[in-house]
Write a protein that binds this ligand. Structure first.
Ligand SMILES: Nc1ncnc2c1ncn2[C@@H]1O[C@H](COP(=O)(O)OP(=O)(O)OP(=O)(O)O)[C@@H](O)[C@H]1O
Length: 313
């Protein structure tokens, strides 16, 4: 039997006393995809991740990793994935090289193998130049790269990244995204939690949106965007005396209300049928409306987030 899914979760639930932190969640993560867990603070992402990675017992439900029961075969399952964010307690005075050597040895590699693996990972994560510096001198980006390198020592096919870029500056974040894409290109499956909507949009093949412990939506970024409504049309006119007539033209064609933003003479409306853009443009031109700007925008991940999650948990 070939296993198609890296992870299968069925009816996963976690209660802390009376509080239901994760509520009957089911989903699958396919081999080779980047799967994003997205949700507001306190939604239950970390608790879900901790159960999948055997760090926390579930109240009920089932987790399978490459076909193995994560609760009954936890030792086997643990050897199948890498997990970042677990090495914070490492001595800050030791170097990146020493750090990788220690964890390679803990992973059962011989001294010679550990040396080679350390050298390869330092090169892969652009840490060669800083390899012998104390970790205390490392920037946030270098620490994250080292953390990821450590999680890959045993060459896992599945990697969990809990908020891999939180606190990084935009450039370092982009470098981390490249590193993650590289990992996937080499065949790994990646599960990540993130509080950045842009990150989920950029990296994830599919996203599970979690709110109040429940799975509220699952799909590709485009599917999620489509699910919260159609595109919006924005027309900016050059001359404010033409706003009213432009509004009438658009309303007549779309049969919908057009909103006027006082700033920049901008008109906006829901555009369910993109084919209506051409007649709108033609009619505005025929009526000699001086158009400054016209655009059609799909919903953003921000729109998805606000539409699917219900504010503060
Ligand atoms: N050990 C615990 N004991 C009691 N309640 C807990 C415990 N761990 C988590 N919770 C609660 O469970 C809910 C889900 O928390 P969780 O940390 O999984 O959310 P999250 O989506 O990861 O949020 P964040 O983005 O803030 O990390 C929260 O209401 C939290 O307070």
């Amino acid at each position: 039997m070939t296993v198609e899914n890296a992870i299968e979760i069925k009816n996963l639930t976690k209660k802390f006393d009376d509080k239901v932190a994760v509520d009957n969640v089911s989903f699958e993560v396919r081999k080779g995809e980047v799967f994003g867990l997205l949700g507001p603070n306190g939604a239950g992402k970390t608790t879900t991740l901790r159960m999948i990675t055997t760090l926390l017992n579930a109240t009920s439900g089932e987790v399978k990793i490459f076909g193995h029961d994560a609760f009954k075969e936890s030792a086997t399952v643990r050897s199948m994935f890498g997990l970042t964010g677990q090495y914070a307690s490492v001595d800050e005075d030791i170097s990146a090289r020493e750090n990788l050597m220690i964890f390679s040895r803990l992973n059962g590699l011989s001294r010679k193998e550990a040396k080679q693996r350390t050298q390869d990972l330092l090169a892969e994560f652009s840490l060669i130049d800083s390899a012998d510096k104390a970790i205390s001198a490392f920037s946030g980006g270098m620490r994250r790269r080292l953390d990821l390198a450590v999680s890959l020592i045993a060459r896992p096919q599945l990697v969990f990244l809990d908020e891999p870029t939180t606190g990084l500056d935009p450039r370092t974040r982009t470098q981390m995204w490249d590193t993650i894409r590289d990992l996937v290109a080499k065949g790994s499956t990646v599960v990540l939690t993130t509080q950045y909507l842009e990150e989920a949009d950029e990296l994830a093949d599919r996203i599970a949106v979690i709110d109040h412990g429940k799975l509220v939506s699952l799909g590709t970024p485009d599917e999620l965007k489509d699910s919260v409504g159609g595109s919006s049309l924005k027309v900016q006119v050059a001359n404010d005396t033409q706003i009213t007539i432009a509004k009438e033209i658009i309303e007549n064609i779309l049969h919908t209300d057009v909103e006027i933003k006082a700033k920049n003479n901008e008109l906006s409306a829901q555009l369910e049928n993109p084919k209506l853009l051409t007649p709108i443009f033609n009619e505005l031109t025929t009526k000699q409306i001086d158009i400054e700007n016209i655009s059609v925008q799909k919903p953003s991940m921000d729109d998805v987030f606000f539409a699917l999650t219900v504010g503060k948990n």
